[in-house]
Design a protein around this ligand. Sequence first.
Ligand code: ADP
Length: 484
Amino acid sequence: GRLQDASLLQLGAYVGGAFVPAKSARTFEVLDPASGSVLGSAPDMGKEDVEAAVVAAEQAFRSWREQPAKERGAVLRRWYDLVMSNREDLATIMTSECGKPLPEARAEVAYAASFLEFFAEESRRVEGCVHTPPSSSKRVFTIKQAVGVSALVTPWNFPAAMITRKAAPAIAAGCSVVVKPAEATPFTAIALAELSRRAGVPAGVYNVVTCSRGNAAEVGGALCADERVKKLSFTGSTAVGKQLMAQCAGTVKRVSLELGGNAPFIVFDDADLDAAVEGLMASKFRNAGQTCVCANRILVQDGVYEKMTQLVVERVKRLKMGHGLEEGTTIGPLISDAGASKVEKQVEDAKAKGGKVIFGGNRKENNFFEPTVITEVDPSMMCAEQETFGPLVPLMRFKTEEEAVRIANDTKAGLAAYVYTRDLGRSWRVSEALEYGMVGVNEGIISSDIAPFGGVKESGLGREGSKFGIEEYLEMKYICLGLG
Ligand code: ADP
């Protein structure tokens, strides 16, 4: 009843330009994580539905890639306009299925839309080159061509942006896509499909295959095994990412992966502490701590440890936990029982190993977890070794710059890192030394359509957003012309 345009909901999956049920006619329930109540149901698709989607996508690819880039850009631009004009409804759907506070959902809709806008512009800037030939009888060129049908497997924590960050560059490049959204958040993906239809994205260019967690392996397996699918782009857990990468080996698919992080947030003695706390709150508590770039290990230099701790607690006290649609809520629930249990386990483990819970620490009804601050955390604790994906602030101490960098790099993850210092030389030295794909210096919010998002080490492969993001959906072809 809260939607201005109810036709954005309960449409089915989206294959070949039509909203459809699963061929098996099965459905699965989608829950509001804040209350546990059922929001609705979506088609529980299987490999026969993947087959239909791939056929539609391949068919559409043949004509879509022939469209002038300017036309592809114009379609994406109309999709951008429609996402922005339906922002409130999309945000409401998103908050209902993923739990994030409504203001955050509105911000995500704008962030998601920004990729449609950016790649609408970027479609015309795909450029090849003319090389200096090795002899006077040859001419040598490089051209860029769309990869082909791309499978996009996405998570629940950014139900819209993780789709558009992949789909926009793919579609701008001339590819068609089959999206497999997370089981927790299919409705946002489907609402985007309806808006794509209204924008004039041709049938088969954007497809959405929904399924339950139980069918995810079958659907994912079918997409990875299919020869007609030329590219997989995945955002999600490291474990599933590795599995899909292995499955793509069979057809030597191009693969882009955005996997888990374990972001260090380093605060040096010389930092502006108010700015550091501000940045920490923004980074740590976005989506209740459920983002892959959330600060995960807060490393604070000895000289400011007590002061920083005090400032953090003052700010954390002001967070308001509640349903994301309630006015004033700044922190929603965790997505699932498993998500809340993980945080609970990390808190117990930290306590057992000498950590001090100085604020919060308790699990609440449904999947809510109190914003929590723990001091005297050391690298052996679970909360330092693993990505928390929850509202826990573990404060660790360090003495020297060298020690901070060593602790920060002592992980298999390498997505985002944050550094707070007013020493220019140190900011550059530490940025270079950090084994991460992205570094925020005196800044806690780093994601943007214009910048390359991605990780090193086990955090992934490839980059999304920016002029580099479209390269993930382009093949390079070298043409050698003999003049005879
Ligand atoms: P999270 O722990 O955040 O749910 P996952 O990696 O489990 O992260 O999920 C990310 C996406 O991967 C979701 O769309 C999910 O349904 C999908 N997924 C999970 N398991 C598999 C699998 N075995 N094959 C393909 N996709 C999967």
